[in-house]
Write a protein that binds this ligand. Structure first.
Ligand SMILES: Cc1cc2nc3c(=O)[nH]c(=O)nc-3n(C[C@H](O)[C@H](O)[C@H](O)COP(=O)(O)O)c2cc1C
Length: 184
């Protein structure tokens, strides 16, 4: 009997057209087994968080919240900016976290990854993201942590090429699917 694949939503913390983080997510999406399928949600249209706008939710924010609600699990891939996550991603998570402690992120299984041209692979941004997501009551996959150093040397023609890391990411997706099954 054919099984329905788990629906994953990929969110990149970078808006850059040539973003390494987006390339990592796209490659992972192409390499998923038939257990799961992933679509990407681009954050380009999300405005800066403003509580005054909550009563008349911007269409892009409603679309983000809906995409998160429809997904069985999230995969976030973020760059590191000044030892933290990108403002773009933090802003989107702030929108998605409303209403506080009872948002579409509550109980959502989430896999976090970071990548950077630097040697630490964005590990400090990852720690910050974990902290932020704990405030949203989402179910963050504990580990092993996926940090991708020297990412700029591992992208070719828009694809991520480090097979060892791809295997590592696929094992983490298995952990995410286990968490999805436990959550449902
Ligand atoms: C404002 C700014 C701050 C940055 N700070 C860091 C940093 O703290 N650590 C790091 O590893 N890379 C840092 N970088 C480099 C980013 O990791 C790099 O630009 C990365 O490729 C961005 O991700 P993307 O390719 O997905 O757009 C910084 C870049 C910018 C523009």
């Amino acid at each position: 009997m054919a099984t329905v694949p788990h629906r994953l939503l990929g969110i990149s913390g970078s808006l850059r057209s040539q973003s390494s983080n987006t390339a990592v997510l796209k490659t992972l999406s192409d390499r998923l087994s038939n257990q799961a399928e992933m679509s990407l949600f681009a954050l380009n249209e999300i405005p800066l968080y403003n509580a005054d706008l909550e009563a008349q939710m911007p269409a892009s924010v409603a679309a983000l919240k809906n995409a998160i609600a429809q997904a069985d699990g999230l995969i976030i891939c973020s760059p590191e900016y000044n030892y933290g996550t990108s403002g773009v991603l933090k802003n989107a998570l702030d929108w998605a976290s409303r209403p506080g402690f009872n948002s579409t992120l509550k109980n959502k299984p989430v896999l976090i990854m970071t990548s950077s041209p630097g040697v630490l692979g964005g590990v400090r941004a990852q720690a910050q993201l974990r902290e932020t997501l704990s405030a949203t009551l989402s179910r963050v996959i504990r580990g092993p942590q996926i940090v991708i150093p020297s990412v700029n040397e591992k992208i070719q023609d828009g694809s991520f090429t480090d097979e060892k890391t791809i295997d590592f990411m696929l094992a983490a997706v298995d952990d995410l699917i286990r968490e999805i099954k436990a959550a449902s």
